[in-house]
Ligand binder design. Structure first.
Ligand code: ZN
Ligand code: ZN
Ligand code: ZN
Length: 141
């Protein structure tokens, strides 16, 4: 199966209509192994699109368990593909991320679980952002 088939199946299984913009966006997420922001997509996409459409598509991919937020910082939110087991609404693929200080790319560390942290009842935790920083393999060589 090529990427196009996989992506079409992915959209279908999460109840999303396939539109040229959505297909092109997910192609890019398959192509790069690091997380992408709305402005990265804006630069990489070839077809005519407006930013609002890109933002909306990202939000619905997140809502439907196709993408998750890999990092949130001054450069904006970066998204990455969810593992195939991620259902709609709740993200079950919580893992650590790595951000490179040199190239600023963020990678999913899918096999590194986020450690469980106990906090007092004063705080209701609904998201954990666990990011490790350093130099990636490409920048080190
Ligand atoms: Zn997920
Ligand atoms: Zn790097
Ligand atoms: Zn991730």
């Amino acid at each position: 199966m090529d990427n196009k088939r996989i992506i079409e199946d992915l959209l279908k299984s999460h109840g999303l209509k396939k539109t040229p913009i959505r297909l092109e966006m997910l192609q890019l997420f398959f192509k790069y192994d690091f997380a992408l922001s709305a402005s990265d997509l804006d630069t990489l996409m070839k077809s005519g699109h407006d930013r609002v459409t890109v933002y909306r598509a990202l939000a619905s991919f997140e809502e439907h368990g196709i993408l998750h937020k890999a990092s949130e910082d001054v450069q904006g939110i970066k998204y990455a593909m969810c593992s195939s087991s991620c259902p709609d609404e709740v993200h079950t693929d919580m893992h650590a991320h790595f951000t490179c200080d040199e190239c600023h790319h963020t990678y999913c560390l899918e096999d590194v679980k986020v450690p469980e942290v106990k906090v007092s009842n004063n705080y209701a935790i609904d998201r954990v952002n666990y990011t490790l920083k350093g130099t990636c393999k490409q920048c080190k060589s």
